[in-house]
Design a protein around this ligand. Sequence first.
Ligand code: AGP
Length: 611
Amino acid sequence: MCGIIGYIGKRDAFPILIKGLEMLEYRGYDSAGIAIMDDNLKVYKKKGKVAEVYKHAKEHGAKGNIGIGHTRWATHGEPSDRNSHPHTSASGKIAIIHNGIIENYAVLKSALLKEGHTFTSDTDTEVLAHLIEAVKEKGNLTLLEAVRQSLTQVVGAYAIIVMDESDKDTLIVARKGSPLVIGIGEQEFFIASDASPIAEYTKSVIYLDDNQVAIVKRSGEYTVSSIAGVPHTPFIEKLTLEATMLDKNGYDHYMQKEIFEQAHTIEDALRGHILPDRSVHLRGLEEIADQLAIARRLIIVACGTSWISGLVGEYLIESLAKMPVEVEYASEFRYRDPILNKHDIVIAISQSGETADTLAALSLAKERGAVTYGICNVVGSSIARTTDAGSYIHVGPEIGVASTKAFTGQVVLLSLLALLLSQRRETLEADAYKKLVDSLEKIGESVNKVLKEEEKIKKIAEILKEKESALFIGRGILFPVALEGALKLKEISYIHAEGYPAGEMKHGPIALVEKDFPVIVVATNEDMIDKVISNVQEVKARGAMTIGIIREGKDELHSIFDHVIEIPNVPDEWMPILSVLPLQLLAYHTALIRGADVDKPRNLAKSVTVE
Ligand code: AGP
């Protein structure tokens, strides 16, 4: 989950590297560093955020028009100056940055130690730097050849950029299991973990595939080949991403911006999928129409918030389309022995499209003959390019580590999928279908109304901020929303929070409830509301402080809760899209009051590209 950046060309590399790292910091921010070359190769690296490295490097006069940079989420070795990237070879003349894990680094390291190598860090990456130089010297090889031969010895995942003081006109890049994008300029190249730092300089990009290596030269020449050396003619794609989409546009944090962007991103996710005749169209699904016709089961594999959106999808698809759905944690699915065949469609949901566990689950599904479908946000991401077909949620870049607009975008796509399947399987009466599709199409109109409750939510956050623990509960299709509210609160405010089916309270969790214990209740479902209210009474009887997310017009519920947030009336099926909004704002403001780093919460990263 690190961010890597590289530049070679005629410009001053320093500002390009620093700005690129700032844009990639959401991928990891335990430490950062750059290597830059003028007369000779210099490395500047520090524990902490990119700003630390910027100050340090500037003080030391960092300059040059070729360089690499790295912002780290620690895997091997604690966050520290010495474990920061870039790492250098024994001579210090080769520098490397790496996103991924070298699983056999210990074996490689012990062989190098026997040859007299000494290491200054605990990282797997430093081992690779030493290995490349050793292979280069032993075989009197070019840097490209040495990188290729070294990578044949590596087991694990990597996206690397390598530079060599003896060749100031070349960068070598390679990837396996971690993303890498090459931006092609006029006699200059911009390399990064994703397209965000590249978009302002060039729209022509190459997405490197697994087991590929590329050499890029100051002259503007480049070649791509397999690790084994087989030449490959890459496809040059045109970015649709605009640099302006990456600004905070006046908001204090990306998360705040992305919460409020939902007023239009929900409509963006819907756009073009509901036709004038009210039918639903998902182009990606048309590509697997034959397989869909014989499909007997959908299996959703995902992680974190994406897994939760999959749970909403399960409720919707089973109730509307009467099609069996299973939702699996990708990290579990990839290691158990699932029974799969051509009658299964495995749907991978991933905002980043780079989550290692989800990618691995997808590969297993393909190996076992299932059809695969992706629901991603990042265009051209690994998952999007691995599945047989798919749909993008088109909510724009999501920078805040806590996923917000991607969640609602995913739920919108799953809602459309449920409606489309209900039509193909003729499981809904025409009137019921029309009511659902019309209300889904208009749901964006209700979003702003919910977001206007922000001041009230801030007041509730003032109470929540002192708490050490909280329970989120809900029933039916709102149970996953309770899970999502708990995940949001815990991951950015560090308050321990759990989501539970409201009906489960009596089976354990209610033991936690004591005076003023916060219980947030997602009580917006029309059906089962009486049962939810009974659960609220049970916790109130034990002193809980209750916060209710309720439907507009349910005035009788105001007296039951200590605090209420009202949600405009939409069908139960679409309530998850609106009911999650106040929970996103509640987590955001609670974290803010507690002084947490909302966009870059501790220990986390935006894209978990290692397992
Ligand atoms: C959600 O707020 C978290 N940032 C995390 O759970 C995230 O949803 C998970 O890592 C999956 O990421 P993906 O959607 O990019 O695969």
